[in-house]
Design a protein around this ligand. Sequence first.
Ligand code: NAD
Length: 509
Amino acid sequence: MTELADAPERTDAPEPRRIHHWIGGQAVASTSGRSGPVFNPATGVQAAAVDFASVEEVDRAVASAKAASGAWRTVSLSRRAELFFRIRELFNAHREDLAKLLTAEHGKVLSDAMGEVARGIEVIEFACGIPTLIKGSFSEQASTGIDVYSIRQPLGVVAGITPFNFPAMVPMWMWAPALACGNTFVLKPSEKDPSASILTAELLKEAGVPDGVFNVIQGDRVAVERLLEHPDVTAISFVGSTPIARSIYETGTRNGKRVQALGGAKNHMVVLPDADIDMAADAAVSAAYGSAGERCMAISVVVAVGDVADPLVSAIQERLPKIKVGDGMLPDSEMGPLVTAAHRDKVASYLDSGAEQGATLLADGRKTAPADGFFLGVSLLDHVTTEMDAYKDEIFGPVLAVVRVGTYDEALALVNENQYGNGTAIFTRDGGVARQFQFEVNVGMVGINVPIPVPVAFYSFGGWKDSLFGDRHIYGPEGIEFYTRGKVVTSRWPDPATSSVNLGFPQTR
Ligand code: NAD
């Protein structure tokens, strides 16, 4: 264990592997002349280079999706469901392959990566039910001799832009419902850990998804900006940080596209005085430091109410030295590195700013981090207040802040006044107060004695306030709505002999 300064980003590996686009059912090398490094965060060594698309390459991917669109939407629902069962089997068979790619490029420990894949597969399983999910409704004799029915149809070519922290699962949130609904798809994954996107493409091809239905375009903002303005892209799903989410929403909607843009988070866990201290401490530690805090549903703030604060902070502190930080490929590692050196350093900077602004630094992860790679050990700031940067900013690392308040009302106000509204949790034994919290809190996903309340695949995921721009949450029933548009048909089969001209507005009785 040494100081962080001993772990610079290294780019000395020979001839890195190249990660390409996937267009029209095959890998396509970029000719843009631009690329980015992909690191193994556990060693700090560059493991690969990823192509960065030119505008022409994005256009090629969209053209491929458009060309496949007509035939794909005619594939029957039963056949699409059958295909999704095959997709499910293949992803199940390759769980570990996918998880290993996540660990190698993101850094999360293998067991956590397996969890990511498992939660993504649940969305594939949900999509297997597409014949029931996409059903319309029918009203016989809505007016005399007239039937009215609603149907839902695909949008055409849709695009997904995804963050580094869930390189397999977040794309699954998008492509599984999008394809099941009959759309074709262009994915722009994070440039930090792009390999999972290519294994995904290969598995979809192997399952029998026709060429062009699923495409991957690697790259940076050049690719994103082209997708946002491309006239053949009908809808954009985005998951990432709030400033980019806001700009994607504004630009995409200005260009006439349907957009759901999920942003950042600051998730509070409120602990009431009657809570079980050990259970609350276990939950806070698990939810704050799992995946090194690089989860949009990580608990980053514990709000300790009343006299629970001292025993709770002690119980959290006791647990910290036992957490095993190390290379995610090693079986006993519980927490891996951060994704890049730059991100690690930014996260660590909040330990200094927190202390300077009056917080108490109870655990300094810089002192306990392994020497190689982009590690930061578990860190704890107590007596944090809402004016401090460590409270205001989304840190997205293994730094837990404790804010002490006197009452439930103060805790609720704190959560409701925060700019983000992704997830929150309350720990209490009082069902009445928990129900009150659920009623009053302005947050999209609420856990009651559950620290990371990511909804199961048959509900939808999404935050409020600056955690989501757009009016549809992602996956689940709202995902089906997002990737389809409604059409209502009014039909009659009258006897032509009864026909006459009538200029009056149609009446319904
Ligand atoms: P990010 O916003 O930096 O990047 C997300 C995507 O946008 C990437 O594909 C990236 O290439 C692209 N991008 C980055 N800068 C861009 C720019 N200027 N113009 C156009 N495109 C750009 O996010 P990240 O660092 O990859 O991921 C972490 C963030 O994602 C955190 O804020 C986290 O809370 C958030 N997140 C939110 C959810 C959610 O469901 N709300 C889920 C996962 C992650």
